[in-house]
Design a protein around this ligand. Structure first.
Ligand SMILES: [Fe+2]
Ligand SMILES: [Fe+2]
Length: 234
């Protein structure tokens, strides 16, 4: 049974969170499928998004298999239904621009180097199996995001550019709080790294590397200026 003094507690909690996060990705991508159809974007984008829904369901199932293989079957993954959708506050098109920008252009672009870093130290077979599959898919998910953004820009270049520029600061700040909170954490044990966990210092360095080079360059190529988030530690 997992308890506060259980040496496997952090491993189990992390994999339980990953089950929920992957499942949420499936739900949010399904919403993007619907909105992409409503916005009459090219059918090939809909087809690619449908495949991503299945990928994310696969990631969730494999992550759960990994949680069980690591002995965490007592820990049910709790799903918050309200988190399984993005809000529509200013119409479908704005919601689609927001979700593509936040969950794909930012989220999936950051996911690629993060999963790469995680997989480097992972030796546990169940964890390695998930991370290998996820890493194989994420570059395609990232590409979907930028291609969908391009299609939206083609639809309304001024409106979409303005919307993305307006939303970027808060999206980036949410991402920074999630992946690179300030401060330090006790380094992980070798067995935790072997089970696919990543040190806070590695999260921070991947986050800052991505927001200072890869992301601004990709937005800049589309005429969108991305503000680099500020950090207390500079
Ligand atoms: Fe995923
Ligand atoms: Fe993904």
């Amino acid at each position: 049974m997992t308890g506060p003094s259980d040496p496997l507690r952090r491993i189990h909690e992390e994999w339980r969170n990953r089950v929920a996060a992957e499942y949420r990705s499936a739900a949010l991508t399904a919403q993007v499928v619907h909105w992409t159809i409503m916005a009459a974007l090219p059918e090939e984008l809909v087809t690619r998004a449908l495949r991503i829904v299945q990928d994310e369901l696969d990631h969730a199932r494999l992550s759960h298999d990994c949680l069980v293989a690591l002995g965490g079957e007592d820990l049910p993954a709790v799903l918050d239904a309200t988190a399984l959708q993005e809000p529509v506050t200013e119409g479908i098109l704005a919601a689609l621009v927001d979700s593509v920008t936040r969950n794909f252009c930012l989220g999936e672009t950051l996911a690629v180097p993060l999963f790469n870093a995680m997989r480097k130290h992972t030796t546990h077979p169940a964890a390695r199996k998930v991370l290998t599959r996820v890493l194989k898919d994420e570059a395609r998910h990232r590409q979907f995001g930028w291609d969908a953004l391009d299609a939206l820009l083609e639809l309304d270049v001024d409106g979409v550019t303005a919307r993305v520029q307006q939303r970027l600061p808060s999206f980036l700040e949410d991402l920074r709080q999630a992946y690179a909170p300030e401060g330090t954490a006790e380094p992980l044990r070798a067995d935790e790294r072997a089970a696919g966990l990543l040190d806070l210092a590695d999260y921070q360095s991947v986050f800052w590397g991505t927001v200072s080079e890869d992301l601004p360059r990709r937005f800049d190529n589309r005429g969108i200026e991305m503000p680099v988030p500020s950090s207390v530690d500079g």
